[in-house]
Design a protein around this ligand. Structure first.
Ligand code: NFS
Ligand code: SF4
Length: 665
């Protein structure tokens, strides 16, 4: 079916100004985006797939199951409960595998760095020492690279471990949680092993009891959250620096008319960091000037964007749903991609322009793209080769359109260490003030808004949810493409405190922080596990994560990774709500995931399509936890008296704790 775009006819669900303005240009009239494809399909998604009841795990099928209809069970006799649970577990395995393979690359890069084989270095020695303690590595009198090497090797071993002992990082969780996991038998062992075991157990004719399947689902997800994702975040921090608050900009307006625009799209910071270094290299800049460009403008797309945004203040041009729009500007010389969340359509869109899509990872190739393999042993060589290709395209740039006004300030860089500093102050970094503000009710609770964008729902759902939460004094921690989307609407900057309820607003204004804290990429959700653990450790809010007035959502989830993340939060004791989940095809499984899980883990899943109601359900959960903690009475508002102000004022204002401007690319 031939389709054409007349102005912006497919934009009914688009509220994003930059997307709309790019798509309504003449330049973009031949660009077919996912919005068009959603419209072209002209039918809703398959009901069996959407509710989790399609099984093609063996060749007697595929079988489409209808719960409660005897003749509609699988040929093998598998019921809706079994099929839905198996599919859900496989989704977790898919997501965990993605995080895990990414993390493995980071660990290998870390080891190479410790050996002095990369242009990177061991930057965050404090964090190195903290990890040395976790891994039981001796530090006295040893060189930092030596310590790093030993940690790296132990970390790498966690992936392939064959004994039945839990993965090392699990011991960072609250004691009570660790005991619970042990009792339930869900402590992850080797990180890779848990993915393999899910694939085995969900093979035809193995595990056919949904509770039991989900024990492994939980174990695998925990191996992701407390294993691979956490390793990736911590080792990346040690190599590239733990993020500190800094100002930056997001949205398509970050592209520059007079520079070579290179977008880095994907997930692995090793490539992005090398590109950052190469883009500052005099040789590369001279080449750029030679073709008439004023410089090289690096901008991020998706989570790799969040990684360099957090650590270097490099702007993020687009989140997941805007990857095609970024190309449709006609202003990008090269879109460099590695792994995960890269739509195959980008190569097609790029054909209408001078842009090269450059794949860089042997795992991820694409028809129509140019492949330049990123060589970990010579990252700078690879990065320069990529930039040369981009620079070579600059002169071929034709008409282009950059929505210059779409450029929003954000303040990013909220690692769990920063949250410590922000509220606790330089001299007594701790979570005490955060806990105190939750106990006294100025902050009602903490909510995480994480995960993807998705064409299934209107693109302002993150905003609706976030506004409702902060209006009700809920502090929001955001990661991934959700954080980018919130940045695009101006909510990730201190000025957004005006939209917060009086209590949260007071805290934000006193400290100078936004009501929505950008905590990084999707693997950085592991930071939120640590932040929650610290809140427990600080005291006054119960003795496990499940006691905290806390809730999480990945409303517009698209990737399997979001389900793995959701499950590791649920199994860690959190309430997690999505707009939809492929589990409603089995009444029993649905009931178990949204109810029975709570009895086991003190955390559970929930589903709510309406974004406003979704936010309200999160608030209701937070209130329930406040009530259980006996701190619900304290929410009658207390105005700050002098002592409270002094108390809170010891938190260093943002400007004092190193709020850096963007590092020039
Ligand atoms: Ni997370 Fe990040 Fe974005 Fe979703 Fe994809 S980029 S790793 S999976 S779409 S948030
Ligand atoms: Fe059908 Fe059972 Fe085979 Fe699945 S495993 S396709 S339900 S016969």
């Amino acid at each position: 079916m031939a389709i054409s775009r007349n102005g912006c006819e497919s934009c009914t669900e688009i509220t994003c100004t930059s997307t709309k303005s790019v798509l309504s240009q003449d330049l973009a009239k031949n660009v077919i985006t996912a919005y068009d494809r959603v419209r072209m399909r002209g039918m809703s998604a398959c009901l069996f797939g959407s509710t989790g009841t399609c099984c093609r795990n063996c060749n007697m099928g595929p079988c489409q199951i209808i719960d409660g209809v005897d003749e509609m069970i699988g040929i093998c006799g598998a019921t809706a409960d079994t099929v839905v649970a198996r599919n859900f577990a496989r989704t977790i395995a898919g997501g965990s595998a993605a995080h895990t393979d990414h993390a493995r690359e980071m660990v290998k890069g870390f080891i190479a760095t410790a050996k002095g084989e990369t242009p990177h270095e061991i930057k965050d020695v404090n964090k190195l020492m903290m990890l040395a303690e976790v891994f039981g590595v001796a530090t006295e009198g040893r060189d930092k690279n030596d310590i790093a090497l030993e940690i790296g090797q132990l970390a790498l071993a966690d992936f392939g471990k064959q004994d039945d002992k839990p993965v090392t990082m699990l011991k960072r969780a609250p004691k009570k949680r660790q005991e619970l996991w042990k009792r339930l038998g869900v402590e992850p062992r080797g990180i890779d092993r848990e993915v393999v075991e899910i694939m085995h157990r969900t093979h035809m004719g193995v595990d056919q009891e949904y509770h039991n399947i989900m024990l492994q689902g939980a174990r695998c997800a925990l191996g992701d959250g407390w294993g691979s994702s956490m390793l990736s975040t911590e080792l990346t921090d040690i190599m590239f620096g733990t993020p500190v608050p800094r100002r930056a900009i997001v949205d398509l307006g970050v592209l520059k008319p007079d520079e070579v625009n290179v977008t880095v799209h994907g997930h692995e910071p090793l490539l992005a960091e090398a590109l950052c270094l190469a883009a500052q290299d005099e040789e590369m800049l001279a080449l750029a000037r030679k073709v008439g460009a004023k410089g090289i403008n690096l901008a991020g797309v998706c989570c790799t964007g969040n990684e360099i945004l957090m650590r270097r203040g490099i702007p993020v041009a687009a989140g997941f749903v805007q990857q095609e729009m970024a190309l449709a500007t006609g202003a990008i010389e090269a879109m460099v991609v590695d792994v995960q969340c890269i739509m195959q359509s980008v190569a097609e869109v790029a054909k209408s322009f001078h842009t090269d899509v450059i794949t860089t990872n042997y795992r991820a190739k694409m028809p129509g793209a140019v492949h330049i393999q990123f060589n970990e042993e010579d990252p700078m060589g690879s990065a320069k080769e990529i930039l040369r290709k981009a620079i070579g395209n600059f002169k071929k740039r034709g008409d282009f359109y950059i929505p210059q006004e779409s450029k929003l300030d954000v303040v990013v860089g909220f690692s769990h260490e920063t949250i410590n500093y922000m509220l606790g102050g330089r001299f007594r970094a701790s979570y005490r003030p955060l806990n105190d503000n939750i106990i006294n009710g100025r902050i009602r609770g903490v909510a995480a808004i994480v995960g993807c964008d998705n064409y299934k729902y209107a693109d302002n759902n993150h905003e609706i949810i976030a506004r409702e939460l902060i209006k009700n004094d809920v502090l929001v921690l955001a990661t991934g493409c959700a954080a980018t989307a919130l940045g695009r609407v101006g909510l990730v900057r201190p000025e957004a405190a005006e939209f917060a309820g009086p209590g949260l607003r007071e805290v934000c204004e006193t400290v100078g922080m936004p009501p929505i804290l950008h905590c990084g990429s999707c693997v950085d959700n592991s930071r939120l596990l640590i932040a929650a653990t610290e809140m427990v450790r600080e005291g006054g809010l119960g003795d496990d994560i499940s006691d905290l007035p806390m809730a999480g959502t990945a409303p517009l989830w698209m990737s399997e990774k979001a389900v793995a993340i959701g499950q590791y939060f649920v199994s860690s004791g959190a309430y997690v709500i999505f707009q939809n989940l492929p589990l409603t095809g089995s009444k029993n499984f649905h009931k178990f995931m949204t109810g029975g899980m709570d009895e086991m883990y003190g955390g559970r899943w929930d589903i709510e399509e309406d974004p406003l109601k979704l936010a309200q359900k999160m608030i209701a959960r937070i209130d329930l936890k406040r009530k259980e903690l006996g701190i619900d009475k304290k929410r009658e508002r207390v105005l700050f008296d002098m002592e409270m102000r002094r108390d809170l004022g010891t938190g260093a204002p943002l400007k004092d704790i190193g709020c850096h401007g963007p590092t020039p690319a």
